[in-house]
Design a protein around this ligand. Sequence first.
Ligand code: CO
Length: 420
Amino acid sequence: MAPDTKSTGIQELIEFIDASPTPFHVVAEVSARLRDAGFTPLDEADHWPDTTGDRFVCRGGSLVAWRHRSCERGFRIVGAHTDSPNLRITPRPDTGAAGYRQLGVEVYGGVLLNSWLDRDLGVAGRVTTRSQTRLFRIDRPVLRVPQLAIHLDREVNQKGVQLNPQHHLTPVWGLGPRADGAFAEVVAEAAGLAPGEVVAWDAMLHDLTPSTVAGLDGEFLFAPRIDNLVSCWAGLRALIDAPDDTAASSVLCLFDHEEVGSVSAEGAASTLLPTVLERIAGSRSALHPALARSRCVSADGAHATHPNYPERHRPDHPVAIDGGPVIKRNAARRYATDAVAEAAFVAACERAGVSHQMYVHRGDMVCGSTIGPMASAGIGVSTVDAGVAQLSMHSAREMCGVQDPIDFARALGQFLSDAG
Ligand code: CO
């Protein structure tokens, strides 16, 4: 691919990541891009048209979009997740100590806690009143979790940073006495609401450093939420760019709550995907044969071999940055990959002219997971777990290559176009 196309694609990915500090903002951003591409939004509470077409539906921080052609050839599905590990504001957050005003937070998902120290943090999410829900985001550096100075923690470099989530992660956001209701007032203003209107929020912190192309020759992308917004973006590109004459119906499902196990009203273990597929098919009797002909890619980040810790990786399955999409296998089904879907994805990579890599976690360490096992169990569809190689997974700031996201989008686009 020409360098110009690559830099255009990466710039679009950067804008996507920076526009999406929370799952709710991901859904808003994806919705806007789908509308621009001619997709029609549907409401789950309405009756849906039984014609072919390009449509999408949102449920909280999750979204399903599809290009419905024919169910005769089944569905080609790409799934990813909209959430990333972070710190979330408690319902009664206003607190403080030693003359500081602070906000109470909870840890969401498998956070690398140290990565949130000494960063310029904003806050964003959704806020509810008695009659409506609104998004808000504050992109000023209003918050910081200050690390303890080395003079007060002399063994930190020998023993590692010890962080108690209850005591040591509470961000400071001002000076003065604790002021009950201060956070609600700030959120109300950010959402364009009167101070008394706010009832509740789903609010979380985000690092304000902009995403950037980096490295000596611009090889890398340094950004927050690479896990898993790179997959959301690649899946979105693949769906939008899929040719009109695709034989199977293409589906993109982006789920919230993967980082905490996917069990929620809109997570990968919910009714969202099976319900939407049934409604696209028009009936249960049309759905089941379609599912039997379907294939799914569970798109999520993969661990590149770390140059400073090669011993943490399986020597026979090295993974390189910009080495192409990584197919992940796990005998205990922490990844959903089976040989049938793997072959379908490998064929798509080959037709797209994209190389691929294989990842297997070390046998003496506990493997991570994805939406793959949950989503494939819910619909009974042969699935392959694949994604872009990265370092620093679950850090507040991660890194990957600049070629891999483009190649992954092309491979996914080919996968959606290849009827089963
Ligand atoms: Co992930």
